[in-house]
Design a protein around this ligand. Sequence first.
Ligand code: ADP
Ligand code: MG
Length: 420
Amino acid sequence: MNSNEIEIHKELKKYFGFSQFKGLQEEVIKSILDKKNTFVIMPTGGGKSLCYQLPALIQEGTAIVVSPLIALMKNQVDAIRSLSSENGIAHVLNSSLTKTEIAQVKKDITSGLTKLLYVAPESLTKEEYVQFLQNVTISFVAIDEAHCISEWGHDFRPEYRNLKHIIKQLGDVPIIGLTATATPKVQEDILKNLDMSDANTFKASFNRPNLYYEVRTKTKNIESDIIRFIKQHKGKSGIIYCLSRKKVEAIAEVLQVNGISAVPYHAGLDAKTRAKHQDMFLMEDVDVVVATIAFGMGIDKPDVRFVIHHDIPKSLESYYQETGRAGRDGGEGHCLAYYSYKDVEKLEKFMSGKPVAEQEIGFALLQEVVAYAETSMSRRKFLLHYFGEEFDSETGEGADMDDNVRNPKTKIEAKDQVVK
Ligand code: ADP
Ligand code: MG
């Protein structure tokens, strides 16, 4: 190790208490400290935050962090503040602040105290803030959840499109883009929109060798099939994703009636009930959460043993994110999806009310899900290929962890077996 490396290891220990970097963190941090545009693609839980937090803490000036969710920003600010004796070390700038609070934020930035300033993309466009930021030292701008820039991402936010224009007004500051969306198309879009084709790019592998992937044809016996599956995994934690709130309620009830401890979770429940059900799951008062995709953001339960998709997801990115909540501790994680072509048609019908451009993207993403469900090749190879990653389905890590590899079969003729 050269002195530079010893130094950043020391800082890692000092601020975060970790003795080692995870994955590509060290390389990413060096690129940022070299003032290079940097692009980071790591799966959820890979440790992306530290990639910009550490260089922000040890450099001169303030790093601006753009993030789409106020709740996540607040969490991060609280976490950073707990590492320091100075509250002003990290701030959030958003529309909910009072005049006095804004004055305090500005004072802390000007005095050099604030190392991390979290902003929502729509706040960053405010003329008043841009003017202020033009006159202070900015170490770099980090754009978290950078896939929000792309219409091909699973969470497109038009405000993200303006970011490059605003950052340019702040002078010649390096940009760090971070995302867990690995499709080549989204990556291209991000680099193009941020005008940083020169960026140092760091991409971690998306392979999750401990996850077992399985697709079953959806028949009218799906409920008893799910009950049997859960009883085979007695006492284990699991999540069941359904497309609609109504289905969530219905399945949760069927499970309860059959002696399985399960609670529903969807955006139609009031905040108190949602929080209660989430806590019950985290505290292991219940085994199973039946949920819409509203459930899971920021949930870090390490021992989720299965994730079942009662209905197919709308993209493989979503599928990867949702199944990724299984087996965080490295132990077994069974990812079971039920598939019928009728569900595909249902999703297509949902989309038909949307603008044409959005529809086309939606259909294209859905076709990839269909291809995944119908494939007879290694599902892991299929998924990783979708993410632009080559996988050797004979020797790769986790190669035998899917139904197609374990029980080679002919293609599912799903169209003949739709639920009536
Ligand atoms: P991401 O944004 O990529 O989904 P996070 O930044 O939220 O991931 O980090 C995920 C978890 O990994 C956090 O609990 C974080 O504390 C932990 N983590 C990050 N870096 C390290 C490290 N070097 N050693 C141990 N744990 C780490
Ligand atoms: Mg993150």
